[in-house]
Design a protein around this ligand. Sequence first.
Ligand code: FAD
Length: 409
Amino acid sequence: MVNLSDMNFDILISGAGPAGLCLARALSGHGLRMAVVEQQALAAIEQPAFDGREIALSQHSAQLMRTLGLWERIEAKDPNAFSALRDARVLNGPSPFAMVINHSLGTHNELGWLVSNHLIRRAAYEAVQESQQTHHDVTLLTGERVAGVHTDTQGAHVSLASGGTLHAQLLVAADSRFSATRRAMGIAAEMHDFGRSTLVCMMTHDAPHHHAAWEWFGYGQTLALLPMNDDPATGANRSSVVLTLPSREIDPLLVLDAEAFAHEMARRFEQRLGCMTLASTRHAYPLVAVYPRRMVAQRFACVGDAAVGMHPVTAHGFNFGLLGIEALARSVLAAHAANRSIGSDWLLESYEQTHRRATRPLYLATQLITRLYTDDTPPARALRHVALRIGEHLVPFKRLVAASLADAH
Ligand SMILES: Cc1cc2nc3c(=O)[nH]c(=O)nc-3n(C[C@H](O)[C@H](O)[C@H](O)COP(=O)(O)OP(=O)(O)OC[C@H]3O[C@@H](n4cnc5c(N)ncnc54)[C@H](O)[C@@H]3O)c2cc1C
């Protein structure tokens, strides 16, 4: 049992989600002592359960995951875990027309990759365990909640719900888009509640997906199809299905029996995938986008969703999370190597500028796209009909979208 009264570290991270664990991994092995505080029990971090999310990773994120030692770890356990995302099709209403973003517009054989969120979380936990065994520099405190925060010129001071106090040169919030740590630091955030929820699950279906993702802005609903590798047991075509509706309409779908649900989804997809079958548990997430006024404060920084809480439609949340971790880790390690403070205002402000520049334009564009494509008034329907047709012929525009999906920076 760790004695938690007045312990000192170099860096404290609140939250052992994918962002908090990846940051600890990125900083490990350089002589910095870290603690990661996580409110969930160890079992939930060690063996995370399937949560319905298939994460679309850009090529840049795939590279970062290799550098952090996550990619090989996931692949070693399941060579089928990563599915190629070759192309993307954007559809509007009942029209069969699609604007197609083809991988050949970019420089890779695929736009990106898909992998289950719980596999990322498990690999990140295992990578941190390996860091701890090799370098003895990461203490993971599970079943512990950050309850209070105070920072001054000397450092950050964190009180835990269990009563202990931790001190560090730098505190990093990685505790979700609704970050209690960010809030305790007095940082306000823009929040946009879309009043909608997203239902996610795996389904098998008759028609092949050719590894193309669909983003289908239907009337009264938004559907997405994320192409996964074939079902390993049956060889059936398999996808992650994402349905967005007003929140009150999601709940009944979660409790429909599997057969009725499959029927309902085939109907919503206008039978374009043929017969569909539910192949996993169903999960729902309320859609709230969050962008904090500041990502840093004295001896304090936010990463992951605590820094940018994206709407999932453009699939950039974790990609931005990794980008922020890369930027912050680079600055912290450079300062540490040069014997400078790892919590200086200058370092933190430079991190904020870099990450804001990388994320703010797409955050705002995503808000705009979501408004236009969920507006069911006749002028909005007509506008997006025209926008998709023009977009289809604007090759430089499509190249830009392909680059944004593939590189995410
Ligand atoms: C349906 C859906 C689909 C998505 N698809 C994509 C995609 O295709 N591509 C993509 O890049 N991203 C996608 N995302 C986003 C991605 O899932 C998130 O960006 C990522 O999971 C955020 O990780 P995080 O570690 O920042 O936060 P979280 O996963 O929310 O983890 C936060 C952790 O902090 C802990 N915590 C909270 N409060 C405290 C406290 N006070 N003290 C201690 N611990 C605390 C929590 O228990 C949790 O473990 C999707 C999201 C959703 C909902």
